[in-house]
Ligand binder design. Structure first.
Ligand SMILES: CC(C)(COP(=O)(O)OP(=O)(O)OC[C@H]1O[C@@H](n2cnc3c(N)ncnc32)[C@H](O)[C@@H]1OP(=O)(O)O)[C@@H](O)C(=O)NCCC(=O)NCCS
Length: 168
């Protein structure tokens, strides 16, 4: 599949929002339960620092997937840790977009001096965990029944990719 990955712009946010809201409404891959409004998504986008990029994959003039590095936690000591998110439109799965977007995020994370990238993934999502395994993320732990969505308790698997040597 031919696509380009580039930094997102405000003009991309309606598509970013549509892709995300599909998963809010139909999936446990995000623990958000109410769809995002475009106003909320714009505020999220404008609040980002240079070490927390948002990217999109575009094909045929359409945004069909997006990815982001977000603060892992707000305390200053976590500044060089970030959480990765990747969302591919359901009709575009298994065409290499997720892998390409995550590889690009990792390269961007290295370029801005991040020390580690983490994933927090509901354990129901084998595709997401398989993608992270394929990109070299290590599974570092599971928290039990920390989310409740669609009438069931959900576990979260934490994964981690070191971008620098431990202690560096
Ligand atoms: C997880 C997700 C991003 C994968 O994106 P994708 O574009 O379909 O994945 P790719 O085609 O790049 O696949 C890359 C690798 O991931 C793994 N993978 C992807 N989908 C998989 C599936 N359904 N089952 C098993 N492995 C899968 C495979 O290792 C695959 O490599 P391969 O094709 O050589 O076997 C996509 O399924 C998605 O958007 N899911 C909903 C949102 C989500 O869960 N995001 C992650 C949390 S932030």
């Amino acid at each position: 599949m031919d696509f380009v990955i580039r930094p997102a712009t405000e003009a991309d946010l309606p598509a970013v929002c549509d892709i995300y809201n599909h998963y809010v409404e139909h999936s446990t891959c995000t623990f958000q339960v109410e769809p995002d409004t475009e106003t909320e998504r714009l505020a999220w986008f404008r609040d980002r620092s240079p070490v927390h990029p948002v990217t999109v994959a575009e094909a045929g003039g359409e945004v069909i997937a997006w990815a982001a590095l977000s603060p892992w936690k707000s305390r200053c000591a976590y500044a060089r840790s970030a959480e990765a998110s990747v969302y591919v439109r359901p009709d575009a799965h298994r065409r290499g977009l997720g892998r390409a977007l995550l590889a690009d995020l990792i390269a961007r994370g290295r370029a801005v001096g991040l020390h580690t990238i983490l994933g927090a993934t509901c354990t129901e999502h084998a595709a997401s965990l398989a993608l992270q395994d394929a990109m070299g993320f290590e599974r570092v732990g599971v928290t039990r029944e920390v989310g409740f969505k669609f009438g069931r308790w959900l576990d979260v698997a934490y994964t981690q990719l070191m971008l620098e040597k431990p202690g560096e």
